[in-house]
Every structure is written in structure tokens, then in C-alpha cells.
Design a binder for this molecule. Sequence first.
Ligand code: XMP
Length: 516
Amino acid sequence: TVLVVDFGAQYAQLIARRVREARVYSEIVPSSMPVAEMLAKRPRAIILSGGPSSVYAPGAPGLDRSIFEAGVPVFGMCYGFQLMATTLGGTVDNSGAREYGRTALDVSKPGSTLFEGTPAQQSVWMSHGDACSAAPDGFTVTASTDVVPVAAFEDDEKRLYGVQYHPEVLHTTHGQQILEHFLYRGAGIQPSWTTSNVVDEQIAAIRAQVGDRRAICGLSGGVDSAVAAALVQRAIGDRLTCVYVDHGLMRKGETEQVEKDFVAATGVRLKVVDASERFLTALAGVSDPEQKRKTIGREFIRVFEQAQAEIVAEAPGDQPVEFLVQGTLYPDVVESGGGTGTANIKSHHNVGGLPEDLEFALVEPLRKLFKDEVRMVGQELGLPDEIVQRQPFPGPGLGIRIVGEVTKERLDLLREADAIAREELTAAGLDRDIWQCPVVLLADVRSVGVQGDGRTYGHPVVLRPVSSEDAMTADWSRLPYDVLARISTRITNEVAEVNRVVLDVTSKPPGTIEWE
Ligand code: XMP
């Protein structure tokens, strides 16, 4: 394991991902963890992340010096670099020498462990106020910038390395190469971590946890719950039952896809519950977004509990159903561990994400993985691309893509419009370029149009194509005009009641991806 010590901001997750891209397993630990505890994990190497503080700010997170004396290779980045410098006797001063954004780096020791084989001048991403003016004793300065005399250093004997910039961001042109140099050359780690290791490891762990008892899993049709279910099914076979609650808020073809493709690929025992009437009744008269989300969440749990009781009743003699499979991912785990009280923007309702007071023990085979790794595990398990490469779709489904009350008629309209948009995006080969493209029905808005020779007075739909790396931030996708034109023409021709198609050109922030 390579430990990534988190000094705040979002850098640690990105670093952990890049380490895994180098096929080395990594885990994130908070900087508040005592060094003895970090070392007890027997890391092969340690990376100190960047962070928002100045090393001289009161209360700035520090690290015990022993981390540099344990013989474990350490790589400090940005804040981690400055911390390494000050702790080991170098000089960092607040000279007003700030650098933000893309910066030219001059490599003065091209043969060094980190920089070998990379150009003498390279573009790096900087974000700092303080600057290192003298490296600690025993260190060689390996790079500088116009502003910062010590932008990188290393002590090859003690296997300590540092750079002032952020190698983990894509703007740093040779960032991944430098990280790999640290891992392979500096720390001597072999790149051997693969998703097939994960599959074997997880199957063994699930068998050990579940024993000869039974488990259930809520399937949403999304990637995470599907891959989690497939893994558990591999481990315990028919003792897993998947429950798919059709709340009637699914897109066209979605339920059929779960019923056919997923079962065909895995042979999983599947219970499909058609609860659309129940959800529609509960949603009648509800147009407030938060109330919609809560209503859908509440109904979902009730239906799920009922399904669970039925499963037990169908085979009462079998072992008890004690386990609930969840598709929790590593970012969720890290974020809930971080617990710095982020504002509740929306009550996310992850179908399959049930409250723990359901009295189940949880099986979470993906809790160490990032999304792209989950996709690789899915591929490894033989799930079809239609499932593994699916774009995200919110648990509350089309219910939160109708601005206004949710009714059967409106759902049918939106389903048609959405299917057309997806079809055209797929036909244009754009699925992998965009994160997702919600289609939103403005059900309480009408506008005047003309069609044939007649006046129409219909509803607009909004196209919301976005690109994103993790949905935390997003930009609107610059889709080709001819694709937008085809979608617009087809929707207004084929979906009666919709006479206008508009494009959402808002990034996130300030807009969220979904409209509700
Ligand atoms: P927002 O709208 O918050 O969405 O920018 C970020 C990402 O999360 C998805 N999303 C949800 N996913 N349950 C989910 O499982 C939810 O309640 C939910 N709300 C939003 C959204 O589609 C986007 O990918």
C-alpha cells in the first residue's frame, strides 16, 4: 500500500487515483492520524498531499518528524513539499512569491530520480503563497522556476522527494511520469495492482463475511449496484437475491435492460417489483424538489422492506437473510470520513442506498474503488458495455427531471424525448465524451409555437449535456450543432406537446447537474 496523507482540499483523492493508474494500490489517510499508526500499516511509500494552508499559519496541520526517519520513501507535493522542507531544516518563506496556475519549470538535474527522461523545460500546475528558498541538508535541488529557487528536491539516499507543484493534475504535462518515477524508481515498487486482484480478493472476503447465510441487493440499473451484485453473486451464487424496484420513473427500456442484460450476464436471482402505481400516488400533488426526493426515498424503502419479507417467506427454511449489498464507492467513504459538515445541497437518494436501521449487516465490495475501477471490475466480471459504461442516472429518476408535478402523462412525454436525445448522442458517438445529458421537462411552462399551419401551445424540454470528472464540478458540453439540431427536430416532430427544445449552458457551480 501507498499511503496518501490528506492535508485538505481535494488533492488527496486525485493523487490516490493517479497512484492506482500507475497500478499501485493506494489509500488515503487524514493528516491527523498519528505517524506511528500510519507506519503500522506498513506502507511501501508515503505521499504528502497539497493543502489549503500555509505551513506558518496558526493551526496548520503538521507531521511528526519520525515519518521521514522510518526508512519509508516519502514524496511531498505542494504543501507536503513545504512541510518536508521546514521539518527537515530547509527554509520556506513568505516572500510574496506567489504562483498560481500553469508555470514553466526548469529542470536543473535532468538525470535525477524524478526527472530522468523528461524535458529540461516543462509545464507544471502551481498553487502556493510561500516558497522554499533553501533545501534541507543532504538534499539536491533538481528544479526551479522564475519565482521559486527550489521547486523540487530529492535525497536519494534517504529516499525523500518533493515538488512544489501538483503532479496529479492534468495541466502538469509530465506529472504522471514523475509520480511513476517516485513509485517505481524511488520506492522500488513493482506495478502489479490490477482489477483482477480486486475481484479475487473481494470474492474471498465476501465468502468469509457471508458464510452460508443469505444476502439481498437493491439494483438500480446503475453501474455501482450492478457491479457490486455481480461480485457478490460470483461469491455466493443463489444465496443472493437482487431486488429491482420499478418506480415508474425509469427511462425507456431501462427495466427491460436490467431484466434481460443483467440476468443474462450474471444468472442472478432477480425479483422485479412493479411499484409504479404506488409511487405515482405518493407523488400526486408534489412539486417541491426536496419533497419529491424524500417521498421517493420513503416509498422506496417501504417497497424494499416488503420485498425482503417476501423473499424470507418464500423460503423460510433457508438460512436467514442477514446481509445487504451496497455499491458504496471509495469517494463516499473518504468523504463521510472527512466529515467537515458540507452543506446539504440536495438529499441524494441513491436507490439501493438504504438506511442502516434496516437491521442488515452491510456488504460493500466496492468501498475501496473509484468509479473507473468499478467499471473495470464490471468488465472483468463479463458485464456488457450497456451496463458497465452507463452514464449516471439519479436514484429518483425522471421524477426530478419534471419541473412541476409528476404525472403519468408527463413521464411518458419525457421518456420519449429522453430516448430520442440518447439515441442521437449514441449515434453520433458522443457517449464517452459527455458525463451525462439529462433531459428536463418544464411541465409548468408553456410557449407558443407553430406547426403545420396551426398554433401550438406546448412545453419546452431542456437539454443539459455536461462533461465532468467526478460530478462535483461540471462544465456544459459543447455538442456539435448538427447533433443538437437533429435532437431538436426529432423531439419536436415526434413528441406531441413538446414544441421547443432549449440548451442549458450553465456550469456547475453555479448550476447543479440535475434541475432539482
Ligand atoms: P447534481 O444535480 O447534484 O448531481 O449536480 C450530481 C450527480 O449525481 C446524480 N444525482 C443523483 N444520483 N441519487 C443518485 O443516485 C440522487 O438522488 C441524485 N441526484 C443527483 C446526478 O445525475 C449527477 O450525476
